[in-house]
Design a binder for this molecule. Structure first.
Ligand code: AMP
Ligand code: TRP
Length: 330
């Protein structure tokens, strides 16, 4: 059966972009495929983390995934640092990754900004760890949002480099699975920036923990333009396009159909319809998340059990890597 792997950082503020770009698709795939979903705490520490917050965020993201519909009986949910093979394979793959490839990564450039010289090696090597995550399980399908496409291409290049170096066909090449009507949800304050966990303004995003009133208020205040009617010239109207694509993803319909259906509607009416829809979808997720978070023992149990199952696959594949490379084992 096709194996699916994807990851999400435990950095707080799970938002609508995470849900529509990734988690919703993960839920849809869990019954059909052999799926592993990883809370990537080793990726999170590429930027400074406060220890208690990291623990809480790991539990919160896990609760969010389960509340959104992932069932630990149908998929493996675990936190990355618990399965040591991720870090070990990442080191090995570092030795097959030319600096030139990493220099092209736009996420590193964005995150390091002008302070490139003082950026940490971990941040630079972030995409190699991501390749290790995927290749460790021989996963071939990787459901992610649009922003991860470049990292996925790099994972393919690294897999090929390893295979070529040893003249083997060991790592299958992973494919990004970027689907749904909202693969890149934009900030509600600026349609040219993506919705992100780290945006300073809480009004830029809808968090999965937001209550109905905050969702309604955030959508009401979302930036718009002054053109009459919302569904025309979308290529030059990022805010209108964003609101329509969020709606389309929530109702699981193509963007074109949603645009056609609302061609005569103004922003105010559309926003109120969108707010009702968002509340209807996210309300039950937030409620379930609160219940789950009241029982951290259950969450910790899910992660421990998931890690044990993941370790089983990971250790066996890493053993093969060591054998291929001639690394002596006991
Ligand atoms: P992160 O929050 O960076 O760990 O991302 C977790 C998953 O959510 C990845 O698959 C991302 O591609 C996806 N994602 C994050 N932000 C967005 C967004 N604004 N729109 C769509 N997908 C997103
Ligand atoms: N880099 C991804 C993000 O920020 C998270 C991630 C880590 C991931 N490892 C992965 C996604 C493996 C897919 C597969 O969104």
């Amino acid at each position: 059966m096709k194996r699916v792997f994807s990851g999400i950082q435990p950095t707080g503020n799970l938002h609508l972009g995470n849900y529509l770009g990734a988690i919703k698709n993960w839920v849809a795939m869990q019954r059909e495929y052999d799926c592993l979903y990883c809370i990537v705490d080793l990726h999170a520490i590429t930027v400074a983390q406060e220890p208690d917050e990291l623990t809480n965020n790991t539990r919160e993201v896990t609760a969010g995934l389960i509340a959104a519909g992932l069932d630990p009986k149908n998929c493996i949910i675990f936190n990355q640092s618990r399965v040591a093979a991720h870090a070990e394979l990442a080191w090995i793959l570092n030795c097959f990754t030319p600096l030139g490839w990493l220099n092209r990564m736009t996420q590193f450039k964005e995150k390091a900004g002008k302070k490139r010289e003082s950026a940490f090696l971990g941040l630079y090597a972030y995409p190699v760890l991501m390749a290790a995550d995927i290749l460790l399980y021989h996963a071939t399908a990787v459901p992610v949002g649009e922003d991860q496409k470049q990292h996925l291409e790099l994972s393919r290049d690294i897999a090929s480099a390893f295979n070529r170096a040893y003249d083997v066909d060991f790592f299958p090449l992973p494919e990004p699975m970027i689907f749904g009507a909202a693969t890149r949800v934009m900030s509600l304050r600026d349609g040219r920036n993506k919705m992100s966990k780290s945006d300073g303004s809480d009004y830029s995003r809808i968090n999965l923990t937001d209550d109905a009133d905050s969702i309604a208020l955030k959508i009401k205040r979302a930036k718009t333009d002054s053109e009459p009617g919302l569904a025309h010239d979308l290529e030059r109207r990022p805010e209108a396009a964003n609101l329509l694509s969020i709606y389309a993803a929530l109702v699981d319909e193509p963007m074109e159909r949603v645009a056609a259906e609302h061609s005569l509607m103004g922003f105010a009416d559309f926003k109120s319809k969108l707010a009702d829809l968002a509340i209807e979808t996210l309300g039950p997720i937030a409620a379930r998340m609160r219940e789950l978070l009241a029982d951290p023992g259950y969450i910790d149990g899910v992660l421990a059990n998931g890690a044990a199952r993941a370790r089983h696959i990971a250790d066996s594949n890493l053993g093969e890597v060591r054998r291929i490379m001639g690394l002596l084992d006991a």
